[in-house]
Design a protein around this ligand. Structure first.
Ligand code: CA
Ligand code: CA
Ligand code: CA
Ligand code: CA
Length: 587
């Protein structure tokens, strides 16, 4: 594909641009191209200072001795990995790699072994051959001896804190289930439930799957590809062999990751949090996440098909500056359905970006590969993308990385309006370009005004957000029905990136009738987004029903008093990991 595109550009570069150096390649006529033995003589000329490359080419073409003159186009290695499970049987990449345009992104960067990403989860199978090379190993804990010959470095099983960082035998991260907070201290106790190993060995598989999406060893001829071909994954386990954990375990992991960054200097730039639960906002959890300075906390939106604007889903809903919450999309860039009853959670403020999360193939415990669906799978695509972006520019701040991830995504306002803040789906290649596509996202894609008395008016505001990196230009807004009228602040004035404008739509039924209409929003040089409108015209008599007052039930109210011992309450709340549908890979 790529060579064909380059030929195309060489004919149409005046219109289409294309990447080239400020140099011109010329082919001379005196090379006698009719002679098969003759070499075609080429020369590379720098464009003279102050001269436009197109002008320079036109001048060269007028010379009698020059046959062709063209810009010196930049060609890149066509990075496609050799991992067999990167491809479908027909040779095309798996859909999720195509949707996020990974092959083009990998021409720019395949990651860096000096970039660290934390996976706080069920652990990681650190013996998996498709992960091992991309896992961080705590060298300070190793003794490089194996006196009992069991294949495990003695430093990883001698019960000593070899590097003095406060954690026993943490060669491959820690298992937070082996620790408990006592009087402000963290105490190690290997008899605690779930403490099968002191390190973050994965006895479930979920964390291993997440880690493979972020950074399976790629182009190694086996298994799957990862967003980063090179990266260092730092695991911390707080979810048990059933995928369940609690807030105290999560806090132990967040402390551990923070210490590795501040005390050991590991360049951890993102933390993947593919877990969550419906529980009230926790000041402790919020404070700890917020204290992860210079680390992007990537959380999953949840798998219950719920609106996170109306439920307490945490940690997604903290919506902190150093946090980004991710929904799951499918092959068609729609909000993903996982089963008949389960689908991605959503939210017009809380869920910032969508990423692939349906039947994703990745690494699994015990040297396996499996397909799993969920927002647990979507989040690590984004955590991985943060690492890939950072690998090309280590001056980027967390806030810059977050903005780039959000606003460089591929815009699908017809599918994701009402479901996310940006209506964008992660796009790896766009991370590396100045993306000048105009993007839009509405807070809904349809509105029903309901019963409305004839010849009265109901008005509803629709919020339009610019979710691209350039100004949004709305050229016109109108409806196709006189019963739906518009007043708006969008057209005529450019809307800045991440800013909003408002469209007020009014419904005035003129008879007892059911009305439908369409709102048209024209933007971005020829694009149109439509909103479905409906309303029911009723007579005054039909609306005369008086509803009885409904009183809240005292018994159902949640106590929020501090004397209740909220920390204890939270710790008792089970945080379950976000998934549960596993599909064993055939063969
Ligand atoms: Ca040993
Ligand atoms: Ca240690
Ligand atoms: Ca040790
Ligand atoms: Ca591989």
């Amino acid at each position: 594909m790529r060579p064909l595109i380059i030929v195309f550009l060489s004919f149409f570069y005046l219109t289409y641009g294309g990447a080239f150096k400020n140099e011109v390649i010329v082919m001379f006529k005196n090379g006698d191209i009719s002679s098969a033995s003759s070499e075609l003589k080429l020369s590379k000329l720098s464009v003279p200072e102050g001269k436009d490359i197109q002008q320079f080419i036109q001048e060269l073409k007028k010379r009698d001795d020059i046959l062709y003159a063209e810009p010196n186009y930049i060609l890149r290695a066509l990075a496609l990995p050799d991992d067999p499970d990167f491809y479908n049987t027909d040779g095309s990449p798996k859909w999720w790699w195509s949707v996020i345009n990974a092959p083009d992104a990998w021409d720019v960067s395949t990651g860096s072994g000096t970039v660290y990403i934390a996976v706080v989860d069920t652990g990681v199978d650190y013996n998996h051959p498709d992960l091992k090379g991309n896992l961080w190993v705590n060298a300070g804990e190793l003794l490089n001896t194996d006196n009992d010959g069991n294949g495990i470095d003695d430093g990883c099983e001698n019960g000593d804190d070899g590097d003095g960082n406060g954690y026993i035998d943490d060669c491959y991260g820690i298992n937070a289930l082996c620790y408990q907070y006592q009087n402000g201290n963290l105490v190690y106790n290997n008899t605690l439930p779930g403490c099968s190993t002191p390190d973050a060995y994965d006895d479930d598989g979920h964390g291993t799957h997440v880690a493979g999406i972020i950074g399976a060893v790629t182009n190694n001829g086996i298994g799957v590809a990862g967003v980063n071909w090179n990266v260092k994954i730092v695991p911390c386990k707080f979810l048990d062999a059933s995928g369940n954990g609690s807030l105290d375990g999560e806090m132990i992991c967040l402390d551990y990751i923070k210490k590795l960054k501040t005390d050991k200097g590991l360049n951890i730039i993102a933390l993947n949090a593919s877990y969550g639960g419906e529980y009230p906002s926790s000041d402790i959890e919020r404070t700890k996440i917020n204290s992860l300075t210079d680390i992007l906390f990537v959380s999953a939106a949840g798998n219950e098909g719920k609106d996170n604007e109306s439920i307490n889903f945490h940690p997604c809903n903290y919506d902190l500056d150093n946090q980004i919450c991710i929904g799951a999309s499918d092959q068609t860039n729609n909000k993903a359905s996982f089963t008949a009853s389960l689908s991605s959670n959503y939210g017009i403020f809380k869920v910032k970006l969508f990423a692939p999360g349906k039947e994703i193939l990745s690494t699994y415990k015990n040297n396996q590969y499996v397909l799993i669906s969920g927002t647990s799978q979507a989040a690590p695509f984004v955590a991985g993308a943060a690492g890939l972006l950072y690998s090309t520019d280590t001056a980027l701040t967390v806030s810059q990385i977050k903005d780039k991830l959000m606003f460089s995504g591929k815009n699908h306002p017809d599918k994701l309006s009402g479901y996310s803040y940006t209506c964008n789906v992660l796009n790896l290649y766009n991370l590396f370009i100045n993306d000048n596509e105009e993007k839009i996202c509405l807070d809904r894609i349809a509105h029903n005004f309901g019963d409305t008395v004839v010849n009265t008016t109901k008005t509803e505001s629709i919020t339009v957000r610019n979710t691209g990196e350039v100004d949004l230009n709305v050229s016109s807004v109108y409806t196709n029905s006189g019963n739906f009228t518009v007043s708006e602040t969008c057209s005529g004035t450019p809307v800045k990136s991440n800013s909003i404008c408002t469209i007020n739509v009014s419904f005035t039924p003129t008879s007892v009738n059911y009305y439908i209409g369409t709102l048209f929003i024209n933007y971005g040089n020829g694009k149109t987004l439509t909103v479905k409108l409906e309303g029911n015209g009723v007579s005054q008599a039909e609306t005369g029903v008086v509803f009885p007052e409904v009183k809240g039930s005292e018994g159902c109210r949640l106590s929020s008093g501090s004397d209740f011992g909220m920390l204890t309450a939270y710790i008792l709340l089970v945080i379950s990991m976000i998934l549960r549908r596993k599909i064993r890979r055939d063969g």
